[in-house]
Design a protein. Structure first.
Length: 378
């Protein structure tokens, strides 16, 4: 499910009216937090020093060789199947029922004129109009939601090319499209051990800030599986870092996953990040999980169906051949790669990512702040 990726892209490309509405809904503290980011914060958060003694990837890794490594992206993979379930279990049956009913009434009126009546004609027109209305509403509003997990690329993927020292993101156009960044502009959310308690159930986040890429918007990718602790995310980042900095010999060879719509991927995704939690939970909680197995089966099946109704993502030729002898290096993504309308929207929202110059001021102790406040009031 590409809901978060699509939402972030829409934020970066909001119109003036949408931006005004979004800002109006924010609280004063949220507005201050959006602007509370300094140059020093970025320089501290983007580095390529070792952060773990154990380089390990929990996957899924689709390709791993001397030239490049491919991993799965996506922030809500465990929830994939819910949209498919609503579409295949709700919208399509409604269209089929109303459509076949309307056609059936019309066919009966045409073939058996003796039984024709005003009521029959009205019912045929009503059901046909209702079916047409559902199809129109679905095509106008629902199809774009369905394509967040069906009739689109099977997975969001990230390719790390160690020969060209570049990172490539493969996403649908509704999520920002295919982009290319230099490796050394990549930031990671898994750097500080102090943040480990905040990382339970999260994925490794990779971030490309405008001050590093030259683009007017922030880019990000959520890589791999959910972590059961921050240490797992740091191990994942260390795996990627060593591969890019030192080569495939510096990390253990990962188990490769298939690009095919595997049922194992569909059903196991629901339990990402739960292993440690379930092991440490009470027997009563484990019994409750067993009682919920029908729901897991339904969602897992819908997940599998969504994978089968998608196609394998395919890179452009220049990226597929990148790093081969005599082949060109893919150009880094720039603002000019986007359509003029998208360029204008990205530039209009560029102030979202501006950094305050200098270093973040040290926070005063609580007592000192309280004393300063009292002195100002007196």
């Amino acid at each position: 499910m590409y809901l978060i990726e699509c939402g972030l892209w829409r934020i970066a490309t909001e119109t003036a009216a949408e931006r005004k509405k979004t800002d109006a809904d924010k609280s004063p503290s949220e507005k201050r937090a959006d602007k509370d980011f300094y140059d020093s914060d970025l320089s501290e958060d983007v580095h390529f020093n070792s952060v773990s003694d154990k380089a390990h990837s929990r996957g899924p890794v689709f390709s791993f060789n001397e030239r490049y490594m491919e991993m799965r992206c996506g922030a809500l993979e465990e929830a994939r199947g819910m949209i498919s379930l609503m579409t295949l279990g709700g919208v399509l049956p409604s269209i089929l029922v109303t459509g076949t009913s309307g056609i059936g009434w019309l066919y009966q009126d045409i073939t058996t004129p003796d039984t024709r009546s005003i009521v029959g004609v009205l019912l045929a027109l009503l059901m046909t109009g209702l079916s047409a209305g559902i199809i129109y509403l679905y095509y106008t509003y629902g199809l774009q939601i369905t394509r967040l997990e069906m009739l689109t690329s099977r997975h969001l993927i990230v390719r790390f090319n160690r020969i060209t020292q570049q990172v490539h993101l493969h996403r649908p156009k509704s999520c920002g499209g295919i982009v290319t960044f230099p490796w050394h502009t990549t930031g990671s959310t898994a750097i500080y051990p102090a943040d480990d308690h905040l990382s339970v159930g999260m994925r490794l986040g990779l971030i490309w800030h405008p001050s590093k890429t030259g683009l007017p918007h922030l880019e990000s990718a959520m890589v791999g599986k959910q972590g059961q602790g921050g240490s797992e995310l740091r191990d994942e980042w260390e795996f990627i870092r060593r591969y890019m900095e030192e080569g495939p010999h510096a990390v253990p060879r990962p188990r490769l996953s298939t690009h095919l719509p595997s049922p194992i991927q569909a059903f196991s995704a629901q339990f990402e990040g739960l292993g440690r939690f379930v092991r440490n939970s009470s027997w009563l909680f484990k019994v409750c999980l067993l009682l919920l197995w029908p729901a897991f089966v339904i969602v897992g099946t819908a997940h599998w169906v969504s994978l089968m109704l998608c196609w394998r993502p395919r890179w452009p030729k220049v990226i597929r051949e990148a790093g081969m002898p005599g082949k060109p290096v893919p150009p880094v993504t720039t603002l000019s790669d986007y359509p003029p309308e998208i360029q204008a929207r990205l530039l209009a929202n560029a102030d979202r990512w501006e950094l305050k110059p200098g270093k973040r001021p040290e926070r005063k102790a609580r007592k000192a702040r309280a004393k300063a406040t009292r002195n100002e009031q007196s």
